[in-house]
Design a protein around this ligand. Structure first.
Ligand code: ADP
Length: 300
């Protein structure tokens, strides 16, 4: 038996264990109160976020209403400017000197740009306020491509750039809104033509294994610096290069395309390298789910 006042090995171990347990318990306690605090913080942040989201929703709603109202009001005066300059160019009220004709043509092209901008703004406001209705139906890709080919024929004035529509391969019949898809592709194609001075703009489509279809517009133009890729689909986003500044549009076409693609159940994407060219693509479900009953029978 060990002399009194000394500890056995078992007693030592016991004390150490108790100490460790106490330390662990107080650590758990501390952690728990830290967690409680964090929880309270998260709840407070959540409430704040909710309030901010609400404010944002109201601001977006106001912005959409303002945009819709403003764009609508702009249409009539722009229409008048366009038709009066048309009358002047046609010499309905008498002759024009060469300089006057140049100036009137300038008014004409500027008001056409203004008209485009107002239309884009109006479309954007409609999309934002959820007032765009999707009309899905069965359509044939060859019809869509040939309509686009017809639309762009008059603007293909440079012999150094060709617009190619590839024969679609492995693309299933599509049930989606072809007019909205056409609007997206028109944006991609007109941008591509604007920034390509040599080579080609190639429009193609391919079916994917997951039941989606990807439409691409690839150009051999000036390309876009990767630094701009993340923001290119945002409202009013424009690339900060001398050429892109010179050919400045509204900066709304791509953001409108992105929102339209989302309404059609899909998404947009970009790959581009400076000096090599850009490819803009839109991927959509081949069969848009309508939610109300079966879709109409496929067209033959
Ligand atoms: P914009 O009306 O200015 O063309 P977009 O939203 O359609 O507006 O395009 C935003 C910007 O992205 C353009 O101003 C241009 O700088 C750049 N961009 C778009 N497409 C191309 C392209 N194919 N090649 C080079 N730059 C492009």
């Amino acid at each position: 038996m060990p002399p009194s006042g000394t500890h056995t090995h078992a007693e030592d171990t016991d004390a150490t264990l108790r100490q460790a347990l106490k330390a662990a318990q107080s650590e758990v306690e501390a952690l728990r109160s830290e967690l409680d605090e964090t929880n309270r913080g998260v709840l407070a942040l959540y409430a704040e976020l909710e309030a901010q989201a609400d404010e944002l929703r109201q601001a977006t709603e106001l912005k959409s209403r303002f945009l819709a109202y403003m764009s609508h009001e702009f249409r009539t005066p722009i229409g008048s400017i366009r038709s009066i300059s048309r009358l002047l160019i046609d010499r309905v009220d008498g002759p024009l000197t060469a300089e006057q004709e140049k100036q009137v043509r300038f008014i004409q092209s500027t008001s056409a740009e203004f008209d485009d901008m107002v239309n884009d703004l109006l479309d954007l406001a409609k999309v934002e306020s959820g007032r765009v209705t999707i009309f899905p139906d069965w359509f044939k890709l060859v019809d869509l491509f040939s309509a686009l080919r017809g639309m762009f024929k008059p603007v293909l004035t440079s012999p150094d750039v060709v617009l190619v529509f590839e024969e679609p391969h492995d693309v299933p019949p599509i049930f989606n809104d072809d007019r909205k898809l056409s609007q997206i592709l028109r944006n991609f194609i007109s941008n591509a033509l604007k920034f390509t001075t040599h080579g080609e703009v190639r429009v193609s489509a391919r079916g994917n294994a997951d039941g989606t279809v990807t439409f691409s517009v690839a150009d051999t133009g000036i390309g876009i610096d990767p630094a701009f890729h993340h923001a290119i689909f945002e409202d009013f986003s424009q690339v900060d290069s001398p050429i892109q500044k010179r050919l400045r549009g509204t900066g709304l076409g791509l953001s409108l395309s992105k929102r339209l693609a989302e309404l059609l159940g899909g998404s947009v994407a970009i790959t581009s390298a400076l000096g090599v060219g850009s490819t803009f693509s839109v991927t959509l479900p081949a069969r848009l789910a309508t939610g109300d009953g079966p879709e109409p029978a496929e067209a033959t």
